[in-house]
Design a protein around this ligand. Structure first.
Ligand code: IVH
Length: 691
């Protein structure tokens, strides 16, 4: 989670450190207390990972300080937490010389190479066994942070190791980084670490970029680099960057401990974020064990790592070993198998899902990614395929992280062979040959074969039998596939005419399990209307909508007979869902299947519908907008309990718009359409009337 960043504020014209006497003593003191509390909470949240107050309370303290500083701008100092985003956009970054060069690390990729490294270290020092500090290798960018008298004065990228770029204004926006160090610290302290973007923040950023029509980032590392190199710090402030510190450069005015691990502990004590995964171990065997453990936990970390780093822990030993060219002899990176690789897209094929949606799948020249051989990768949908500009024959970046389905991240257009064709959306379903249709404005294309398409049939039957639908114990995905392939199942009604002999004849099925299945099928016949509706697999009708439909109409016959208009009166049913439901029941084939299911004995009890008395608001549609004192959910539930429908947008059919504070476009629209507008008090009055 990322704390909300502060908004830019005008800098005071006064000197930042001299506080004029015009400020009341009480304000001065309160501002100091607030800053201290905010710094403490940030430290607990980001460094100790033990927050002691809810986010809302933090935000309240933050807002209070902002208000004080707005009232008395002279209170504003460079290390005030409200001053993270400031200054005008730059036209270019200044150059920064690194007094102590920022080195890189040697790499090893195998156990053997690591043992060689350890042997060189042992021989160099003349010791039997070495104590190592072991750390995750974060996949971001190296940064140098200079604190003078405890205040962050400069942040610079690594650049070529000797000089980098001044990115202070951007780094200041990283909320987890303290602008002032805690406790007794060196007069000058240059800290080194890695700036990175956690994966969830990366996904959210890409989603936002897509929505705004901006270019997306290929991976969290690129996103972190792109964000740090923004000339406008206000943009960087919107990016979820984090930092972990892993070393020091220039230090003046204090002696640091003679162990690397203890130096990192000091950094933590000064309020700097340090990875919680760092350990000290004895000997190379334990380095390997650490590599294994971190490697196994890699996918559950919230950020990307590309290996581990082993560092000789003793600083005197580090000094004794020294450097070779641009890397230390006392540290090495042990890389994991890459999660991204390059390979060639040999073909693009189309898979058909339950709703008939066609998903493009890239057939790849097999390649090892993240330790397994990958030969297929999803391309999600047609829009994604076009956006990534995929051509057949392209060299593609394929990513496989953890258990996630491998995906094509992007292609290298510069390596495209001449005449490489673009994959075409088939005009006919590759499984059943029915027409492929794509609704205007939709990114998904669908096979129109419905349950006649074996691919859709399989998926529809799996859904029908699943736990939250008809709950047929033992009728899992594999068995459904077998039954469809054996031509025993065409539609859901066929399930109920299966007999033990037919099932027992299937591969890996015995008499006993066949009997059990037939019994489970028999049992499932006594169901409920919401389950049955959900099992039908009508598009966009999930469990909740199925339950609302059942509640509203009381019987299947009433739903079958309902017009789109009538369906719209149901909670959570908008025009699109209403169309899907109506369209489903309009299909003679679907009605036929339902008839057969009932003939086979599928049944459910009537749904008791609340009386008109209990539902005085039946037929009325409310829209809630703006901030309400009671929660939106609370208001929604109270209205629904009285029979009203609560919709998300205002139309001519809206009965009442309840406008809370800071209501925006929905209120305007209600005014334009002449819809009745209430304030919260009026709503309360109504709810009280019926309570
Ligand atoms: S130490 C002299 N520790 O890896 C040692 N680097 O390949 C300097 N990195 O430029 C680096 N995690 O950007 C160190 N725990 C860690 C690291 C780490 C990531 C990066 C860093 C460095 C690169 C070297």
């Amino acid at each position: 989670m990322q704390r909300v960043g502060a908004r830019p504020q005008k800098q005071s014209l006064f000197s930042l450190f001299e506080i004029p006497m015009s400020i009341p003593e009480a304000a001065l003191q309160r501002a100091a207390v607030l800053r201290e509390q905010l710094a403490e909470h940030n430290y607990r949240y980001y460094v100790l990972d033990e927050p002691s107050i809810p986010d809302a309370e933090y935000d309240r303290l933050f807002a209070e300080l902002q208000q004080l500083e707005a009232d008395y701008p002279e209170l504003i100092g460079p290390d005030s937490p409200t001053q993270r985003v400031g200054g005008a956009p730059l036209s270019v970054f200044d150059e920064v010389q690194h007094t102590v060069p920022m080195l890189s690390l040697g790499n090893v990729f195998s156990e053997g190479e690591l043992r060689d490294f350890d042997r060189r270290v042992r021989e160099g020092l003349g010791h039997e066994q070495i104590r190592y500090c072991v750390e995750p290798k974060l996949d971001g960018l190296a940064i140098s942070l200079r604190y003078e008298q405890g205040v962050l004065v400069r942040a610079a990228t690594r650049g070529d190791g000797h000089s980098g770029e001044d990115v202070t204004a951007n780094v200041r926006t990283i909320t987890s980084l303290p602008l002032r160090l805690r406790g007794a610290h060196p007069a000058v302290l240059e800290v080194r670490g890695e700036v990175f973007m956690p994966r969830d923040g990366f996904e959210a950023l890409n989603q936002r970029q897509r929505e705004q029509g901006n270019k997306t980032f290929a991976n969290p590392r690129n996103a972190a680099a792109g964000s740090l190199r923004q000339l406008d710090p206000r943009i960087t402030a919107t990016r979820p960057l984090r930092i972990y510190c892993y070393g020091v450069g220039v230090v003046e005015g204090a002696e640091l401990p003679d162990s690397h691990y203890r130096i990192l502990q000091s950094l933590r004590d000064w309020g700097l974020p340090v990875s919680p995964e760092i350990r000290v171990v004895e000997g190379v065997e334990n380095c390997l064990a650490y590599y294994e453990t971190i490697g196994q936990g890699r996918d559950s970390l919230p950020y990307d790592i590309d290996g581990v780093v082993y560092k000789v822990d003793s600083i005197p030993q580090q000094q004794e070993l020294g450097f070779v060219s641009r890397a230390p002899r006392w540290a090495i990176a042990h890389k994991f198998p890459a999660q991204e690789e390059l390979t060639v897209i040999e073909a693009v094929e189309w898979q058909v899902g339950r709703t008939g949606a066609l998903t493009p799948v890239a057939r790849l020249r097999p390649v090892a990614v993240g330790g397994v051989t990958v030969s297929n990768a999803t391309l999600h949908n047609l829009d994604e395929l076009r956006r990534k500009d995929v051509h057949i024959g392209d060299t593609a970046i394929v990513r496989r992280a953890g258990d996630v389905i491998p995906e094509v991240v992007g292609v290298l257009a510069e390596r495209r062979p001449p005449d490489a064709p673009m994959p075409k959306l088939p005009t006919h379903c590759p499984i059943c040959d029915a027409d492929v249709l794509r609704a205007e404005g939709e990114s998904v294309a669908r096979c129109s074969g419905g349950l006649y398409c074996p691919a859709q049939r399989k998926e529809a039957l799996k859904h029908f039998a699943s736990r939250k639908a008809m709950d047929i114990d033992g009728l899992g995905d594999k068995l459904v596939e077998q039954l469809v392939e054996a031509d025993l199942l065409h539609d859901p009604a066929d399930i109920f005419s299966l007999d033990t002999q037919q099932v027992a004849g299937l591969e890996r099925m015995g008499e006993k399990s066949a009997q059990n299945l037939i019994q489970a099928i028999e049992r499932s016949k006594a169901t409920t209307l919401p389950r049955f509706l959900f099992a039908m697999g009508i598009r966009e009708v999930g469990e909740a909508t199925a339950a609302n439909l059942a509640q509203h109409f009381g019987s299947l016959e009433a739903i079958e007979a309902a017009s789109e208009e009538a369906l719209l009166a149901v909670d959570d049913v908008g025009p699109i869902v209403a169309k899907h439901i109506h369209g489903f029941f309009a299909q003679p084939h679907n009605r036929e299947v339902i008839e057969r299911l009932r003939a086979e004995g599928v049944k459910w009890p009537e749904v008791a519908r609340p009386s008109a008395e209990q539902q005085p608001l039946l037929g009325q549609t409310f829209v809630l907008t703006g901030t309400l004192a009671m929660s939106r959910d609370e208001a929604k539930q109270a209205l629904q309990a009285l029979g009203a429908k609560v919709a998300g947008s205002v139309s001519k059919k809206t009965t009442v718009v309840v406008a809370g504070e800071a209501a925006g476009s929905k209120l305007t629209k209600a005014e334009q359409l002449g819809v009745e507008i209430w304030d919260e008090a009026r709503l309360r009055q109504l709810l009280d009337e019926y309570s």
